[in-house]
Design a protein around this ligand. Structure first.
Ligand SMILES: C[S@@+](CC[C@H](N)C(=O)[O-])C[C@H]1O[C@@H](n2cnc3c(N)ncnc32)[C@H](O)[C@@H]1O
Length: 251
């Protein structure tokens, strides 16, 4: 019996890893369409409510970067249920749009925030003109892009010269003690809690594997620079459990 359970866990781990490595728009869309109804509830529960603090940190930076601009144009990519777009919309005069490939996530976003303009779209092929936005943000989305470099090149293309991208991702703490604690929670506790509520418990097996395999800190900055952001930096948050990347398009 124990052996059977172990085999099951191993299979689920392998499936989660292989989805991350060979992810496509279709597989990601399917997963997020499934998690959409419980996404917000689980997000706040599993992060103990800190996720909103991470989004408001990004929005504060956006406000700082657009100070003096009476009507900053902001695009939130992989907007999901719209919480980062909403945080950005608190910037006075901001005109915020959100795009995502999951129609189920977008339906919830539009119900929650009817004043924000949401539409279906792909990070890798953003349907806006060059130099349209002062800020392009993405919260917990870049990790899921089918083609990360192409997505970041699109962020760069649609930004105005001097504009900024703000990207939040989960982070695996570099301190070995914190890292071990975090991975035990992330791999063993979080998927079990999620499976009690979500239609797609698989999504919460995928989550820790996607974070473990995703480039972080300097490695991610290298990709941001390759995408055109010659000025790029990062700021770890909350004991390095989350990270904010900042890139600026040359002015
Ligand atoms: C973890 S959710 C994050 C949602 C939201 N930004 C937040 O802060 O909670 C990731 C979102 O990225 C979207 N996504 C993944 N790949 C995408 C892509 N290539 N283009 C557009 N959206 C994408 C998914 O559909 C999902 O809604």
């Amino acid at each position: 019996m124990a052996k059977k359970a172990e085999t099951g866990v191993k299979r689920s781990t392998e499936t989660a890893r292989s989805l991350f490595r060979s992810k496509s728009h279709a597989s990601i869309q399917h997963m997020f369409d499934e998690v959409a109804p419980t996404y917000d509830f689980l997000n706040h529960l599993l992060s103990l409510g800190i996720d909103n603090y991470w989004r408001s940190t990004a929005a504060r930076k956006a406000k700082e970067f657009t100070a003096g601009n009476p009507a900053p144009a902001i695009l939130d990519v992989a907007t999901g249920t719209g919480d980062l777009a909403k945080a950005m919309s608190a910037i006075p005069g901001a005109r915020v749009s959100g795009i995502d490939l999951s129609s189920e996530m977008l339906t919830i976003a539009a119900q929650k925030y009817p004043d924000i303009s949401f539409r279906e779209g792909y990070a890798e092929n953003i349907e806006f003109d060059d130099s349209s936005f002062d800020i392009v943000s993405a919260g917990f989305g870049a990790r899921n892009f089918e083609d990360l470099l192409q997505g970041l090149k699109e962020f760069h293309r649609v930004l105005k010269p001097g504009g900024h991208t703000l990207i939040i991702e989960p982070m695996i703490p570099r301190n070995p003690v914190l890292k071990n604690l975090y991975l035990v929670y992330f791999k063993n506790v979080l998927p079990k809690i999620a499976s009690l509520f979500s239609k797609s418990s698989f999504a919460y097996d995928y989550l820790p594997h996607s974070v473990e395999e995703f480039p972080q800190t300097e490695e991610f900055l290298t990709i941001l620079r390759e995408a055109g952001f010659s000025k790029a930096s990062y700021r770890p948050m909350t004991f390095e459990t989350s990270i904010l990347y900042i890139g600026q398009k040359e002015g």
